[in-house]
Ligand binder design. Structure first.
Ligand code: G4P
Length: 534
């Protein structure tokens, strides 16, 4: 291929890609929607019915034994599928709040988010938290209001609640026809199409075009009562008057909303089409030297997740790399600025939950898995020629602290190896006493379940039983990386000085009072909520 043809092929591949993450409060229907999207994409043949999943504690996108035994989704998986000439990369995220840090990192690799809401519950705590992460990063969001087949809040009430609680403008892109037991379809507002289905068999009917909400053909399709209700809603919607503005959506200031029912496969395909139509193609990413455009021919990418033992059959660690620009080719030699040398990118994998296949090429927006013999850490950048470093992936500050030690002294070596590897994966953060008097590390986590994950994995993968001792601390503040730690700090209560693996110093506190006391009594002390970059 000539250079021009290569460049044109890259532009084409970028244009047809969509990389998005699904976020929700647990039980809103994220797994069900994911399965249905994959089904449309032909990526799976049968949606492992969610009921079967919950009974068997197995799903296409859940793989760890702890996930299986607790029925929660801990790790994010990456699923790639084709639909209508497009290539979609779906980044699944854990629903449980204790693993929101994992979600946070995954959102860093996504260009768009799909927010699934339960129509009976509207905004729930985890939706709120994840929404704010997207908002702070300016990630555009499409909303899917699920479970319309069950008794739900009034659609207008839902719109109002979302706007008020999230302080964001929303626009209904379709409107439910009936609700609960009478839910029979959606009216696609911009396209003036009716999508209806037969409740008795759950079969979809072919979408029918109407010439507007007043078209009598609509009445014939959905029945007089539903038609009257829809006309009434149409008048109210017209009075509200907000239209869809793609620019505002892409800036993260407007959320288009779609009603549907994932389990009945209802409204799912139009939603998938909306993702293709509205979600952005892979977006440029920031470096201190400027933005890197996806169509830039030089290959660049960054690691946003490290994971070990995704599959007991492969006892290894995978680094998940998001392609930012250029075309990836197997065995490429790339610069690794943190290590200050080139690395050969062998054995790239495309991941489909448990399964993986070797890939020869990849394009911006794609996610590759590399078997990681200790080469990568979360946030590492790689590039073909120049020393590109993408902006660091921000971390949530830990809120729970504990000391951990192996129950048997003769397992100390395996213990050390395990906790260091798991820290690199981002399972926990390790902090140490600065005076070196105690060798047991302090574990710092965002959600308490991370302690359980760590203990389970140390036991199952490193054969180390551990003893956990909770500490009263609840917050951490970082000292700036420049300058020395001020002397004569006046600590109150249990506050104490610690350092991370990279030598960054921090102070942990049990409450705000201890923090205020230290600041008041230690002139010249500057503390930051943000951990310095390593
Ligand atoms: P999550 O990943 O967000 O946690 O949610 P998941 O898809 O596992 O769905 C949570 C529950 O909601 C499941 O029921 C699922 O069947 C149900 N559900 C998902 N979409 C819809 C929908 O459109 N309509 C209705 N009525 N229910 C839906 P469960 O009780 O946990 O399991 P099961 O007893 O149904 O198997």
């Amino acid at each position: 291929m000539s250079n021009d043809q290569t460049a044109a092929a890259l532009v084409r591949e970028v244009a047809r890609r969509r990389t998005f993450a699904i976020i929700s409060h647990p039980d809103a229907g994220k797994t069900t929607l994911t399965e249905k999207l994959l089904l449309y994409g032909g990526a799976i043949e049968e949606a492992g019915s969610v009921r079967a999943r919950k009974n068997q504690r197995r799903a296409t996108s859940d793989y760890m034994s702890m996930e299986q035994s607790r029925g929660i989704s801990i790790n994010s998986t990456v699923l790639q599928f084709e639909y209508d000439g497009h290539c979609l990369n779906l980044l699944d995220t854990p629903g449980h709040q204790d693993f929101s840090e994992d979600t946070y990192r995954t959102l860093h690799a996504a260009d768009c988010a799909v927010m699934v809401l339960d129509a009976a519950k509207g905004i729930e705590p985890q939706t709120r938290k994840l929404f704010h992460v997207c908002r702070n990063r300016g990630i555009p969001i499409l909303g899917f209001i699920n479970k319309m087949d069950q008794p739900s809040l009034d659609p207008f009430e839902l719109l109002d609640q979302i706007e008020k609680e999230l302080l964001i403008d929303v626009v209904a892109m379709n409107w439910p026809i009936g609700s609960g037991p009478d839910f029979q379809g959606v009216y696609d507002i911009p396209a003036q199409m009716v999508h209806s289905f037969e409740r008795s068999s759950n079969a979809r009917r072919a979408p029918s075009k109407v010439s507007g909400i007043d078209d009598p053909a609509l009445g014939a399709t959905i029945g007089t009562r539903a038609w009257d209700e829809l006309k009434e809603a149409g008048e109210l919607l017209g009075a509200v008057g907000a239209g869809f503005d793609r620019g505002r959506f892409l800036d993260g200031n407007l959320v288009p909303l779609y009603f549907g029912s994932a389990i009945n496969n209802f409204g799912v395909e139009p939603f998938l089409r909306a993702v293709l139509e509205h979600a952005p193609a892979p977006t440029p990413k920031r470096t201190p030297g400027g933005m890197i455009e996806p169509a830039n021919e030089e290959f660049t990418g960054f690691v946003f997740k490290i994971q070990a033992n995704m599959d007991p059959r492969h006892r290894d660690r995978l680094a998940f790399l998001r392609v930012v620009s250029g075309k990836f080719e197997k065995d490429m030699e790339l610069f690794h600025p943190r290590l200050g040398r080139k690395v050969r990118m062998t054995r790239p994998h495309r991941l489909f939950a448990r399964d993986r296949e070797t890939v020869e090429v990849a394009y911006p927006g794609d996610v590759l898995g590399f078997v990681n013999p200790g080469l990568f850490r979360i946030g590492d950048s790689v590039a073909e020629s120049a020393e590109v470093r993408f902006d660091a992936i921000p971390r949530f500050n830990p809120e729970h602290f504990a000391r951990l030690r192996p129950s048997r002294v003769d397992r100390r070596k395996q213990f050390e190896k395990g906790i260091h590897q798991l820290e690199e994966e981002g399972v926990v953060q390790l902090l140490f006493d600065t005076d070196g008097r105690r060798s047991e590390p302090i574990l710092a986590v965002v959600g308490e379940l991370q302690f359980d994950v760590l203990a389970t994995r140390l036991r199952d993968e490193y054969n180390v039983e551990t003893v956990l001792h909770r500490l009263p601390h609840k917050m951490v503040r970082w000292l700036s990386s420049e300058g020395k730690t001020p002397e004569n700090l006046h600590y109150a209560g249990s506050s104490m000085l610690v350092e991370d693996l990279h030598g960054h110093r921090a102070i942990i506190f049990s409450d705000k009072w201890e923090l205020d006391y230290l600041l008041k009594n230690s002139p010249g002390l500057h503390l930051s909520e943000t951990q310095p970059e390593s």
